[in-house]
Design a binder for this molecule. Structure first.
Ligand SMILES: Cc1cc2nc3c(=O)[nH]c(=O)nc-3n(C[C@H](O)[C@H](O)[C@H](O)COP(=O)(O)OP(=O)(O)OC[C@H]3O[C@@H](n4cnc5c(N)ncnc54)[C@H](O)[C@@H]3O)c2cc1C
Length: 397
């Protein structure tokens, strides 16, 4: 079977324009803020520039101002945006908003889309996705979900605690996963709720100090204390929350890989530029074998990551579940991207750990990716289980 990976002309053109926009407009802002922006004014300025450049929110449908890119189209454009830590924020394709837009497009009612998706797609508001809980609650094992929503006249009351909720500070609303049936440890029985930021029952407990700092709005602990929401706040069907989470998580895993692949390429560019000019022991660093090996291994990790992303995106575009291929791609990319950034820093010597280049910042940003969106160990466990099951089915057992 012939495989043609040539992108459509419009997608290739958008990727090129995104790359130019990131280099000309975003990189100077990243340099000024050392990769970490906390100001809404800067976010709005970047997003206004992206709108003017015609590269804003390319993933959402045209009726929401985007270009309706499929997953393979996103792979090209998001990688270019990810070349800067601030590129995804500028294009409004950063986590968690991008994944939330994807899910709202797929499962929200028309009224919910008008109220939540439309302003999210324009960048007028931000959002967060609240699933993870402090121990013993939901983390790698979602069935451990302890946050509860009880049915009351006219709606639901949510009780529970969430943590590591990215972007929660300043978000206009949260998508909250709560148990509506069964007990912690039971399979299923979760529902998603749309909770407005001004709901008095949703309280910010604290900002969690973390290794990474570049995701806008930080990582927050939230308390749901007798938090009343109406029936209109239910996203999708009651008790189907875990199924919908898969609608979000498979694609969101891949878009994270795409964006961080951009940072891996950037790290490699910084390292190669340094290796080409730095002279040691009578030769260029770039001509010393062990550095050549690191440069080559970076290229291999980048190319292999891109290949696995493409395969998984193709399956998602075909309407397949992509469970195995997104797990494989996520595990490989998270580890490969970390290796690339780490080797790039090593090639640069002391310069690499200095504030004169952003490699130290990149390293801190990519390390947690081996934990969120499913840790490497959770994915390896799931990959092995599916593989053994396939083997047993093939053997007729
Ligand atoms: C920077 C960052 C941002 C995040 N943003 C969000 C967010 O916006 N919303 C949200 O809901 N959550 C968010 N999370 C939480 C994230 O989804 C969880 O951290 C993740 O699901 C792991 O859960 P846990 O931290 O409770 O680790 P645990 O579940 O306690 O797991 C601990 C470790 O156990 C190991 N492990 C896991 N499964 C297996 C297995 N099957 N076999 C062997 N070992 C295993 C892994 O090494 C894992 O790291 C974020 C986390 C981070 C670090």
């Amino acid at each position: 079977m012939a495989v043609d990976l040539t992108p459509e002309t419009a997608v290739a053109d958008l990727a090129q324009r995104t790359a130019r926009f990131v280099r000309e407009v975003v990189l100077p802002v990243e340099e000024e803020h050392r990769g970490v922006v906390r100001s809404d004014a800067v976010r709005t300025r970047l997003q206004t520039a992206a709108k003017e450049a015609g590269v804003f929110a390319p993933h959402v449908a045209p009726e929401y101002g985007g270009q309706g890119l499929d997953m393979r189209g996103r792979a090209l454009v998001f990688e270019e945006a990810g070349y800067s830590l601030l590129g995804p924020l500028a294009l409004n394709i950063a986590a968690p908003d991008e994944g939330n837009m994807h899910m709202l497009e797929a499962i929200a009612t028309p009224a919910q889309q008008d109220r939540y998706l439309r302003p999210l797609a324009t960048g007028a508001v931000r959002s967060c996705f609240a699933m993870t809980e402090p121990a013993p609650g939901a983390g790698s094992d979602p069935d451990a979900l302890t946050t509860r929503a009880e049915r009351v006249p006219g709606g639901w009351r949510i009780h529970g605690r969430k943590w590591f909720i990215t972007g929660a500070d300043g978000a206009g609303f949260a998508i909250v996963m709560a148990r509506t049936t069964g007990e912690p440890g039971d399979r299923g029985g979760a529902t998603m709720f749309l909770v407005d930021a001004d709901n008095p029952g949703m309280k910010t407990v604290r900002h969690i100090e973390t290794l990474d700092e570049s995701l806008f709005g930080g990582h927050v602990e939230l308390l749901f204390d007798d938090c009343f929401v109406s029936d209109e706040a239910v996203l999708g069907e009651v008790d189907e929350g875990f199924r919908y989470a898969q609608v979000r998580l498979g694609p969101a895993r891949m878009t994270h890989c795409m964006r961080w692949l951009g940072i891996a390429r950037r790290a490699q560019d910084i390292a190669v530029a340094r290796a080409a000019e730095r002279r040691l022991f009578g030769s260029r660093l770039a001509d010393l074998g062990m550095v050549q090996q690191m440069i080559a291994d970076n290229e291999i990790d980048i190319a292999a990551s891109r290949g696995l992303i493409t395969q998984a995106c193709w399956e998602l575009d075909e309407g397949r579940s992509g469970a195995q291929s997104t797990s494989i791609a996520k595990t490989f990319c998270a580890e490969a991207i970390h290796r690339v950034v780490d080797r790039s820093l090593q090639i640069c010597g002391a310069l690499g750990v200095s504030g004169d280049v952003l490699l130290g910042r990149f390293l801190r940003e990519v390390r947690p990716f081996r934990i969120y969106d499913g840790s490497s160990e959770t994915h390896r466990w799931a990959i092995a289980r599916r593989t053994v099951k396939r083997h047993e089915q093939a053997a007729g057992r």
